[in-house]
Write a protein that binds this ligand. Structure first.
Ligand code: PRX
Length: 652
């Protein structure tokens, strides 16, 4: 049985940045009384400004908020240059390859590599402030080096996850109008080489006129195509570049990066983050939430292709002067003990992963952790999806020996950093609950009228005041930005940020996130828009209509369930090959991460008379739940029974 509340471990509390609930409440009170004073003080203390800011928050063009106007900085300097005086020989990045390769870069070495790369981007590819650079990279130090080299030049990077297909990569390249693509020949996964460069070649063959060059890092040494005059080898180019590089000083609001994420409708959105506000919160949350100490070794298992990799592998740890581990492989190769072996070997103090990985490692090797010494661990983090009590219990007891603090960190691509999470030295933890907003984050669970939801009542997770690391825009589509995030909830007539998540608050103010209220599915902690998957499936010539919903999955949290209406009446045997064909189309359009867990063929979809698909009915049917919705408004109410029969014969 799990206890209701777990008090912070006294040793952690004693040395923590925020040591008690009294300190937490005092910080919150300060933020409530003098919001700008609160943030202004931290921004002055934490950022090494080249020019101090004049104003803390400018709300005149809300919701296009501006933070720290007048200030000038360089994020690469904040992450590297400024640390040289005190940490030049400290490990900045510890890399472990899938195949066991190891490489350690000290702050000085990383600084030099970033400078050489920035010089190379500038001298060879004419990359300047504001230019966009797409990074399609494996989990190798050059991914972080390239990100920081962009930051050094004031160029805007857009990292595209290496699992995305050529089509998905092309869409992102074109939307960002990238001038340069940085990639690798490929990398290693589960002991085997896999390829990236051919995907870039294919993406560019679809027409990406904006891209002038491709810079290729060698990782797996496999044979690749070289396009003369376009493709260049990274190592060849940086050989003669200087280790000295003057940072491009940028204004606070200068975009640091774009990161594409799924929305409930349409194409993925290019979430645009700022320089100052983003790096401030990345650094502060790193220090507060992970209880960072000078000698710690911190490991986040995410991929740099997602926001977690941006904020909590690269920017947060380096801005805070930490040692961050970068792992190329997967947690289950060569066996389910890989992570625990690495924890022992590197004496990891903070381990941060997704509930999907915890569930998988639990299932594959419940007692595997017993083989390793995990006593260095102090903080265990989770992110990306709700964690269920059995996974929480195993994580807490088996991995953390009932001594570590578990931080269930709730946040999003758009929030830039954590927003709701326990503080390891202060917050009594309630299992599987994200607990309380961080100091300075004014987050509220609201009802449909914009009033605080009553305890126990399902409400909408909103952040009612702007915060420094919030999304600034959707690249090239400001109207969509306003509509997506500020169109649903308002308080006293003022639009507030709605996360897209539902939540329940308890009588102590603790917040439990209940999941998306929109048509976004959370697969293994990765966001997938139903509209995106449907658009891909519709590309198959024999598909007349499709609706995609999420269905609980024992490992992934949610799986993708597709209802497909075919143009021609097919036999069962043909349907089986259709599943394969449709999955091939999905792989080509998006990538393997969007493959359907279940697909059933139905005669039609439940539509209202105005043609709207009743997804709630489809969601209930996929879960085998009773239909509670009124079906009389459907164009053809008999369709529900017919779909039910299809589900039954498919064994669902
Ligand atoms: O639904 C929430 C879920 O992940 C979504 C954000 O996804 P993404 O932008 O890809 O960022 C993931 C990594 C920050 C949220 O809208 N989510 C994230 N963290 C949690 C969570 N749901 C429950 N508990 C969490 N700790």
């Amino acid at each position: 049985m799990l206890q209701e509340l777990y008090q912070p471990h006294p040793e952690i509390a004693q040395n923590a940045a925020i040591k008690s609930m009294e300190e937490y409440h005092a910080l919150m009170a300060k933020a409530n009384e003098d919001y700008e004073g609160f943030w202004g003080d931290y921004a002055r203390e934490k950022i090494d400004w080249f020019k101090p800011f004049d104003t803390v928050l400018n709300e005149s063009e809300a919701p296009f908020y501006k933070w720290f106007e007048g200030g000038e900085l360089n994020v690469a300097y904040q992450c590297l240059g400024r640390h040289l005086a005190t940490k030049k020989n400290k490990a900045a990045i510890i890399f472990e390859g899938d195949n066991g390769d190891q490489r350690v870069l000290t702050y000085r070495e990383l600084y030099y590599e970033v400078n050489k790369t920035a010089n190379m981007f500038r001298n060879q590819f004419d990359i300047k402030k504001g230019d966009r650079v797409v990074l399609y990279m494996p989990m190798i130090p050059e991914a972080a080096i390239s990100m920081l080299a962009c930051a050094k030049l004031g160029a805007i990077h857009s990292v595209v996850f290496g699992g995305f297909s050529a089509e998905a990569l092309r869409d992102r390249i074109i939307d960002a109008e990238a001038k340069l693509v940085v990639t690798a020949d490929g990398a290693f996964r589960k002991g085997q080489p896999y390829m990236l460069k051919p995907v870039v070649d294919e993406a560019l063959s679809y027409g990406c006129e904006c891209v002038k060059n491709v810079c290729v890092v060698e990782r797996n040494g496999e044979e690749i195509h070289w396009e003369a005059g376009r493709d260049y080898a990274y190592l060849e180019l940086i050989k003669n570049e200087s280790v000295k590089c003057e940072p491009e000083i940028v204004e606070s609001e200068h975009p640091l990066f774009l990161l594409y994420t799924s929305g409930s409708t349409g194409k993925p959105k290019g979430v645009q983050h700022s320089s100052a506000g983003y790096i401030l919160w990345a650094q502060m949350t790193m220090e507060w939430v992970f209880d960072l100490k000078e000698n710690d070794t911190y490991w986040c298992t995410a991929d740099v292709g997602w926001i977690t990799g941006h904020t909590y592998i690269v920017y947060g740890p380096l801005a805070a002067g930490a040692t961050t581990v970068m792992f190329e492989g997967v947690p289950t190769y060569p066996d389910a003990g890989r992570c625990w072996k690495m924890v022992e070997e590197y004496q990891i103090n903070q381990f941060y992963t997704a509930p999907t990985a915890i569930r998988l490692l639990h299932k594959m090797g419940e007692d595997e952790p017993d083989k390793y010494d995990l006593s260095s661990l102090r903080i265990l983090g989770t992110v990306g999806e709700p964690i269920d009590p059995p996974a929480w219990k195993w994580y807490y007891e088996k991995i953390g020996d009932s001594k570590c603090a578990i931080v269930d960190t709730y946040w999003q691509t758009e929030t830039g950093g954590h927003v709701i999470t326990p503080l390891p030295g202060a917050t009594p933890i309630k299992p599987a609950c994200a607990t309380l907003p961080l100091p300075g984050i004014i987050a509220k669970v609201l009802d449909a009228e914009g009033k605080p939801a009553a305890p126990g009542e399902q409400g909408l997770m909103c952040i009612t005041k702007p915060w420094p690391s919030m999304i600034r825009n959707i690249w090239g589509d400001p109207q969509r930005f306003v509509k997506s995030y500020f169109g649903d909830c308002s308080v006293d007539g003022k639009a507030v940020y709605f996360t897209g998540d539902g939540a329940i608050v308890d009588e102590n103010g603790y917040i439990t996130i209940t999941g998306r209220t929109d048509d976004v599915i959370n697969v293994s902690g990765h966001r997938m828009g139903t509209a995106e998957v449907e658009a891909a499936i519709k590309k198959h010539p024999n598909v007349a209509a499709v609706a995609v919903v999420g269905k609980p999955h024992p490992i992934k949290g949610e799986g993708i369930f597709a209802y497909v209406v075919l143009k021609s009446e097919d036999t069962i045997a043909e349907e089986m090959s259709m599943v394969q064909e449709i999955n091939e189309v999905i792989k080509k359009e998006i990538g393997a991460i969007a493959l359907c867990d279940s697909m059933i063929f139905v005669p039609d979809l439940p539509k209202t008379r105005s043609g709207k698909i009743m997804r709630r009915i489809l969601r209930a049917l996929a879960r085998g739940e009773e239909i509670t919705q009124d079906t009389s408004t459907l164009e053809d109410p008999s369709i529900v029974e017919r779909i039910k029969n299809c589900c039954k014969s498919a064994g669902i």
